[in-house]
Every structure is written in C-alpha cells, then in structure tokens.
Design a protein around this ligand. Structure first.
Ligand SMILES: CC(C)(COP(=O)(O)OP(=O)(O)OC[C@H]1O[C@@H](n2cnc3c(N)ncnc32)[C@H](O)[C@@H]1OP(=O)(O)O)[C@@H](O)C(=O)NCCC(=O)NCCS
Length: 170
C-alpha cells in the first residue's frame, strides 16, 4: 500500500536512492542536476530547506512511499498569494512503478491539498510536447492546455519548449 506525505530531512537517503535508481528514466525529462546531487549531504541540506519553505507556505514537496521506498515525487512550488493564488506542479514516478496510475492519483491529491488547504485558485504545470505520459496525466487530472512557452526549461543541456497546463479551482 502506498502513502503520501511531505518529505523530511530523514528522507535524504530515500531521495538519493530514488534518483540513483531512476537516473536514466528521468534524464530526458528533468532539468540538468547540480554538481553534488548524488550525495546524501546534498539531499539532507535540500530537505532542511524544504522544511523552512513549507513553514512559510512557499512550497510543499511530497513523497509517495511504498514502505520505506520512495516511489514518486510531487512538488508544489512557486506559490504566489495575493491576486494570483497560483502554484506550479512538478512530478515524477519511479520507473519500476510507472503505468499504475500513481502520478494521476497523487497529482490529484496535491491539487486537493492546494485548493482545499491553501485555498489556491489555480495550478499550472509545464510539460514537454513529446512527454506523452505526462500530458496524459494532465488530461486525466482535469488540466487544460494554455499555450506553448518556447525554450522554457533547460533539460539535458537543451532549452526545451514546454506546454503550460492549468487547472482552476472548481
Ligand atoms: C510522467 C510520469 C510522471 C507518469 O507517471 P505514471 O504514474 O506512470 O502515470 P499514470 O500511470 O498515472 O498515467 C500515465 C498515462 O500515460 C499513458 N502513457 C504512458 N506512456 C505512454 C506512451 N509512451 N504513449 C502513450 N501513452 C502513454 C499511460 O497509458 C497512462 O494513461 P492511461 O491511464 O489512459 O492508460 C512518469 O512517466 C515519469 O516519472 N516520467 C519521467 C518524469 C516526467 O516526465 N515528469 C513529468 C515532467 S512534466
């Protein structure tokens, strides 16, 4: 049985294991990783920072666990309050667990959290045109395409176009 919760500093080793296991699976889809990324220290430091950001309601990083194994990351970042009430989603699922509906279920969970607990009005996510699986997740979670952002994110050393998807609170 899977369980979702926000990530904590004690998850540093699980994070490292996740990214090491999924190095090739994630490489075509995620931004170029910083030097030192594949160390426990890197993740301990980063997870400590996440705790602070979470306390300030600036961003929330969720992990989906199968027992002690981290099998998915769902991030809610770039939260803007005031007249925007907007946040940005990012997500990935362990290659061994792909195609089981995990991204769909837990993206929906984080949407419910963002709309229900944080009272955000709009969520967005940016997906590469060729990322068929992620586009399908967006569709299944009720996101609609807004438009194309040329050369938006640097992935594997290339500035890649992304399509912005958005979902507005019901
Ligand atoms: C994108 C990703 C998060 C999807 O996770 P997942 O748990 O497998 O997603 P789900 O099982 O909820 O849904 C995937 C959907 O895509 C479909 N799909 C997967 N690969 C596909 C392909 N090559 N062509 C067509 N459809 C595909 C699945 O059939 C499923 O749709 P269905 O339920 O209608 O059958 C996962 O593949 C991943 O981690 N990719 C690498 C990182 C990434 O791309 N993150 C998103 C960046 S925007």
């Amino acid at each position: 049985m899977l369980a979702i919760r926000t990530l904590e500093p004690r998850d540093a080793k699980a994070m490292l294991d996740y990214f090491e296991r999924n190095r090739e699976h994630l490489k075509p889809w995620i931004p170029t990783l910083p030097i030192g990324f594949y160390t426990v220290d890197f993740h301990s430091y980063r997870l400590e920072q996440y705790v602070q950001s979470e306390k300030a309601n600036e961003e929330f990083r969720f992990g989906v666990f199968d027992q002690s194994r981290l099998v998915a990351n769902i991030n809610l970042t770039a939260i803007e309050y005031g007249a925007f009430l907007n946040g940005r989603l990012g997500y990935s699922v362990d290659g061994d667990y792909a195609g089981q509906g995990i991204a769909t279920e837990y993206v929906n969970y984080v949407c419910d959290f963002a709309f229900g607990n944080l009272h955000l009005h709009r969520l967005e996510a940016n997906v590469m045109p060729r990322n068929v699986a992620s586009r399908r997740v967006m569709e299944k979670c009720g996101f609609e395409i807004v438009g194309r952002s040329p050369q938006m994110v640097r992935i594997a050393g290339v500035w890649e176009d992304h399509d912005m998807f958005a979902r507005v609170r019901d």
